[in-house]
Design a protein around this ligand. Structure first.
Ligand SMILES: [Zn+2]
Length: 456
């Protein structure tokens, strides 16, 4: 196991202060003082929603980071607006033709399946940091299942979905975390969508009894109800809570890894399905007045709930951590919506992606008040630079130099780029039916539909 470092025998997690001997070769160049970085991904966060809320004082934690750091619009890819594609570009620093995650789902041998970590053709930040002798903790990030071997821990995107079907079985925990034994100690943190707390949801909006029943609805066979924004809200809220609570827990019971990555998804789920109540003027045709009155704050309140989690997680981090808040894309009106107050079958479908995401950076590496033109391909090179580590030869983006304090770059001068390689990954095989249920979940939240041949 570790030559030096902290070994948590109960979890089998090794968070090395220097290189872990069994986590791949680490360059001696990279061993030494290593500034810590945390990335909090917020799916679909846009300054179009954030800026009015900052003015109203409703996002105090994001405001504090911007106050002591920097902000920029993060331009996303022209090749796709699908979250798996974009988040993989953020983590790898390359476009989809090179990283290979080209959509939500694919058809292999006539069978539809969700893109998995085994479909990614290039190393990601967690591989790079591991290879350079650093430690990583990743929670809930897109397309990380089955978990790769890293120096630290990796809780895959399947973890918050383990209870999103009613057939949760022990053998479905296969590949859900690295180390494999970790899932047992955090399983209680994966929230059951059917056990959702109405009081918590009603911080965002008020829901009639019929709407609440619809939100809780399941098909007669126990399957998810497809294509309803109320149902998507349930899954989005419980998944975000699951990932955030798990991140909080892991920061409590283990040392902070050199690179922490976590993922908050609620603003995307509600943006897709409640935009008509948030911005009724953007819709062609009238939006029911009672929906505007009861649901007009669902989108803004999803940001305030997310801001609360940002505050809690940042408070747990070493004050010397450089923090990046990033989104994969923004959100705008589709100009239409589905459903009606007396027909709740297909509420939503009123928000769609834009190519304007966000980047907020703060911490010892960052020059306060700096500005920069940023693309999501620039995130990975910038993160490694903020950790004082060498960039990867694969990067298509650039280091966002204007964000950095001059004295930080003097202490951590740029290093020559390195070759990187993929880590060992678990087998793709799953017990019969599990992948189908994950596809069903993606349909329920509106990310894919049956008309697609390869998802999207
Ligand atoms: Zn989306």
């Amino acid at each position: 196991m570790c030559a030096r470092g902290v070994l948590l025998a109960t979890l089998g997690v090794c968070l090395a202060l220097a290189a872990c001997g069994d986590a791949g070769p680490a360059s001696q160049d990279d061993v030494g003082a290593r500034p810590k970085v945390a990335i909090i991904g917020v799916d679909s966060a846009t300054f179009d929603v954030i800026d009015p809320l900052l003015e109203q004082g409703r996002l105090p934690n994001l405001a504090a980071l911007i106050e002591r750091g920097a902000r920029a619009t993060l331009r996303s890819s022209a090749e796709s607006s699908a979250s798996p594609v974009l988040w993989t570009s953020i983590a790898t620093g390359v476009g989809m033709q090179r990283h290979g995650i080209t959509n939500f789902a694919q058809v292999v041998d006539g069978k539809r399946s969700v893109f998995a970590s085994t479909d990614r053709k290039v190393p990601a930040l967690w591989n790079m940091v591991t290879h350079r002798g650093g430690s990583v903790g990743v929670v809930g990030y897109w397309n990380t299942w089955p978990a790769e071997t890293v120096n630290g821990y990796l809780v895959t995107d399947r973890f918050p979905h383990t209870k999103m079907n009613r057939h949760y079985q022990v053998d479905e925990s296969h590949g859900v975390t690295w180390p494999e034994s970790l899932v047992g100690s955090i399983a209680h943190l994966s929230l059951d969508p059917q056990a959702i707390d109405r009081a918590a949801i009603e911080r965002m909006g008020r829901f009639s009894e019929a709407e609440w029943e619809t939100l809780l609805q399941l098909g007669s066979d126990g399957s998810a109800v497809i294509g309803n924004g109320l149902v998507a809200l349930k899954y989005g809220f419980q998944a975000q809570e699951t990932v955030a609570r798990t991140t909080q827990h892991l920061l409590e019971v283990m040392p902070q890894p050199d690179l922490l990555i976590t993922f908050l998804e609620l603003p995307d789920r509600v943006g897709h399905h409640f935009w008509h109540a948030y911005d009724p003027d953007s819709i062609d045709g009238p939006v029911p007045a009672e929906w505007i009155e009861r649901w007009g704050d669902v989108v803004p309140a999803s940001y305030t709930l997310t801001d609360e989690w940002i505050g809690r997680l940042v408070a747990q981090l070493d004050p010397d951590t450089t923090i990046f808040i990033v989104s994969d894309h923004g959100m705008q009106s589709t100009r239409k919506f589905n459903g009606a107050p007396d027909s709740l079958v297909t509420v939503g479908n009123s928000g769609t992606h834009t190519n304007r995401g966000i980047l907020v950076a703060a911490g010892p590496a960052i020059e306060p008040g700096s500005t920069v033109q940023a693309n999501l391909l620039d995130v990975a090179p910038t993160v490694l630079t903020a950790m004082g580590l060498a960039p990867s030869k694969q990067f298509e983006g650039r280091v966002l130099q204007p964000l950095f304090r001059r004295d930080f770059l003097q202490r951590h001068p740029p290093r020559p780029p390195k070759d990187d390689y993929l880590a060992e990954r678990g087998a793709r095989e799953l017990p019969e039916g599990v992948d189908e249920r994950y596809l069903e979940h993606l349909r329920a939240i509106g990310y894919i539909d049956d008309s697609d041949t390869d998802g999207g």
